[in-house]
Design a protein around this ligand. Structure first.
Ligand SMILES: [Zn+2]
Length: 343
């Protein structure tokens, strides 16, 4: 199929087969057995085996909702040792919630999730945070690998009084794109929170997230902080004329502004301490925009996850937000006194 715009003909690839919300409800939500089968295949892809004795025979304990080994009577639940171990929701509701979070083209807010699943607001938030942490761990495993990159440091947050440019106390984040050709629509994107716009920070994040060599090109917008990468990449660091229609970093700025409007439009503003998880979510959604097999992804992520309790999630937040705590300490000049004491 093709369509016309500005007298040019563009071809349209169909989205192909993918699971719609209605399909999901028909196959999984309305059928608890199918839901159980999904989680069973997730836990034991090669068929049941007992973790204690290796026996392959089991029977289902209806009252407990667990699978019991015929030999040693060891009980095993479908979600034990995964991040949803302590979840009290019925399996079909849980899977529906996860599906909504992953398969939504935009994003779903906790309030919408609360209404859709008919659960407590706190439960919806917890489910979302867990899914975002899974997205985050999937993101960190991927590195950008291309001949062309674009990068810039962007700020998000409300206007800070009297401070502008690099002195602002808004949250800074580094956007890196990889493209097939220069100034083309990006293949993959990375959004990384950084404590401030400095060369050392940028170099550390690039070495963690981007494959670098001398024959690869990086386009930036004239910031001198990117010059530190000149030993690893060809850095094109010219001033950009944003009046031009197809200027450099055109898509990068589009993506950054899309992210900001998602935060405002769907989540209606969020606390600064939760921002890193939203970066991960947006990045995951962009990089998986062509994904059709969401059930396969969900299966893989849950299988590879480890136990997360409410307490773990709070500490995970603290870990992610340690940067912010450091900023806070610096602001009240405690960091200095702490350093002196240690010396
Ligand atoms: Zn056994």
């Amino acid at each position: 199929m093709t369509y016309k715009r500005n007298n040019k003909r563009f071809s349209v690839k169909g989205r192909g087969t993918y699971l719609t919300k209605a399909d999901f409800i028909m196959t999984y939500y309305a059928d608890l057995e199918a839901c159980k089968c999904f989680f069973f295949d997730m836990k034991w892809p090669t068929g049941y085996y007992c973790e204690k004795c290796g026996c392959t025979h089991h029977y289902y304990m209806k009252g407990k909702g667990s699978y019991r080994c015929c030999e040693c009577h060891h009980d095993e639940r479908l979600l034990s040792n995964t991040c949803f171990q302590d979840c009290k929701l019925p399996l079909n509701k849980l899977l529906y919630g996860i599906f909504l979070i992953y398969a939504d083209k935009r994003s779903i807010s906790s309030l919408e999730l609360t209404e859709e699943l008919n659960v407590n607001y706190k439960t919806a938030c917890l489910l979302q945070t867990k899914c975002r942490l899974l997205m985050r761990s999937s993101n960190t495993k991927q590195m950008l690998d291309s001949s062309f990159y674009e990068s810039d440091v962007v700020y998000i947050g409300a206007k800070s009084e009297g401070k502008q440019g690099m002195g602002t106390d808004k949250q800074a984040f580094l956007v890196i794109l990889s493209t097939h050709k220069e100034h083309e629509y990006p293949m993959y994107v990375k959004l990384i929170e950084i404590e401030k716009d400095s060369g050392a920070n940028i170099e550390a994040q690039f070495s963690k997230n981007v494959k670098m060599s001398k024959d690869r090109i990086l386009n930036t917008d004239g910031k001198t902080t990117f010059n530190i990468l000149k030993s690893n990449l060809q850095v094109k660091n010219d001033k950009i004329n944003y009046q031009e229609n197809e200027s450099k970093l055109y898509f990068l700025n589009k993506i950054a502004s899309n992210f900001k409007s998602t935060i405002q439009g769907i989540y209606h503003g969020i606390g600064k301490r939760m921002i890193p998880l939203y970066f991960s979510e947006f990045e995951w959604r962009f990089n998986h925009r062509h994904t059709k097999d969401f059930m396969g992804k969900i299966c893989k992520y849950i299988r590879n996850s480890t136990i997360m309790t409410r307490k773990d999630i709070v500490t995970a937040r603290i870990y992610i937000l340690s940067i912010e705590v450091w900023n806070f300490l610096r602001d009240v000049k405690w960091a200095l006194t702490l350093n002196n004491k240690r010396l």
